[in-house]
Write a protein that binds this ligand. Structure first.
Ligand code: AMP
Ligand code: ZN
Ligand code: ZN
Length: 401
């Protein structure tokens, strides 16, 4: 009943154009683990918490970059939008989609659902993006109003901030209502140096300083009092090391059964199509009792992972325990990784939001799923969302009105 009442209030608010008057900047810091601002010196993120909202957001499964950025854009789980991993087999075509192969990662046919920029533009609202996953792909034949080409437009972090300011300074008729800006760090540092390390501290603290300068510059704009800023990320990070590795070549030596193993945290295993059922049984038997991994037949993947309905999910899913990898790669030093069970503590993400549409000094008690970001952005833009897996009602407590 409460949910229904809130939904009615929201619709009334939309009609009254209460939301939609403001501008929003959403920044994704790749791999911004939930507790970095607690562990490191981040005065700007702390000031966002004081003047706005502080929360913890959960990624969707698998807790990897491409699936989750596209979830933030569409409000759909990876299983539902189709980017089910950074790399996966496209069964109908017998080929591998990979985020690092531009021929596949820039091909619109793999990107299901409706990203926020299409939802908004269909309703006459302009969006600007700076390297958000999917924004440089002509999904349904369209790009955001303003966008950058990830492979070609090499912008430094300072230039990305300049671009945010440029977009917010455009004449009103051209100005995007939402700017989505992506930074690769602190993910890179988390991988190379581990999550809680001197180098990752430095990286996070530098990003904090960069965002503080961006917010200061925004404060000098005429529209300053109408700008919301959201800072969040796509997943967390946990420590890994070479001795915590399960070797596929050891536990699955019989290559006759397997067509390919794609990914390592998690790994999607595609069995050879001849006698498929039997090969799946053989793979499952071989993996039975192997420590530090969990393995399921596609149909038996537990419901809480929200994974397995997509045709491109492997016949067998192997999910290493947190901190473990399923790979034959030999790591020379300890570092960090993600991709794990999206409900585990180290995979959680920091969330901060400040501006006229958000409460001041509010800490959200429960963590919320990242599918809620799409309906939140639709609300802030005053546009009607496409069908999605999120619930704006999960976030009604963080909103100012
Ligand atoms: P991972 O840590 O493997 O999940 O992925 C992180 C990496 O994704 C980053 O270091 C970027 O190089 C890459 N990445 C992020 N956005 C894009 C994009 N739009 N196109 C291609 N690669 C990207
Ligand atoms: Zn990432
Ligand atoms: Zn990463």
């Amino acid at each position: 009943m409460k949910r229904l009442v809130f939904a009615i209030i929201l619709i009334v608010a939309w009609v009254a154009a209460g939301a939609g008057d403001c501008y929003t900047v959403i920044v994704s810091l790749d791999g911004l683990r939930w507790d970095y601002p607690e562990a490191f010196n981040t005065p700007f993120l702390d000031s966002m918490a004081r003047d706005g909202v502080k929360a913890v957001m959960s990624p969707s499964f698998p807790s990897s970059t491409f699936p989750n950025h596209y979830t933030l854009a569409t409000g759909l789980t990876p299983d539902h939008h189709g980017i089910i991993a950074n790399s996966f087999k496209v069964r109908a075509e017998g080929k591998i989609y990979s985020m690092s192969d531009r021929k596949t990662s820039r091909n619109a046919k793999y990107y299901g659902g409706e990203p926020i920029w299409l939802t908004a533009q269909r309703q006459g609202v302009k969006i600007g993006t700076i390297f958000w996953v999917g924004s440089d792909v002509a999904i349904q034949g369209q790009h955001p109003t303003y966008w950058k080409n990830y492979g070609k437009d090499r912008l430094t972090y300072e230039q990305r901030v300049d671009e945010v300011l440029r977009l917010l300074s455009l004449p009103e008729a051209d100005r995007p209502r939402l700017v989505m800006c992506y930074f690769e760090q602190p993910d890179g540092s988390g991988h190379h140096n581990g999550p809680i390390s001197r180098a990752t501290r430095r990286t996070v603290e530098d990003l904090d300083t960069l965002l503080a300068s961006m917010w200061q510059r925004i404060q000098r704009l005429d529209i300053a009092t109408r700008v919301n800023l959201i800072v969040t990320g796509d997943h967390g990070m946990t420590w890994t090391e070479n001795c915590r590795t399960v070797r596929p070549s050891k536990v699955l030596p019989n290559t006759e059964w397997i067509d390919c193993i794609v990914g390592n945290v998690p790994a999607n295993i595609y069995v050879k199509s001849k006698q498929e059922g039997e090969f799946v049984d053989s793979v499952m038997r071989a993996l039975e009792g192997v420590d530090h991994i969990r393995a399921w037949r596609k149909a038996d993947i537990p419901a809480y992972l929200g994974y397995g309905s997509n045709p491109n999910v492997g016949d067998v899913l192997v999910l290493p325990d947190v901190g473990w990898s399923f790979t034959d790669h030999v790591y020379t030093h300890a570092g960090g990784n993600h991709g794990y069970d999206h409900t585990t503590p180290d995979m959680q993400i920091a969330f901060r939001a400040v501006g006229p549409d958000f409460k001041r000094g509010y800490t959200k008690a429960d963590r919320f799923p990242n599918v809620d970001i799409y309906p939140l952005l639709c609300y802030l833009l005053g546009v009607k969302p496409a069908p999605n897996d999120g619930h704006l009602t999960d976030l009604h407590d963080i909103l100012a009105h």
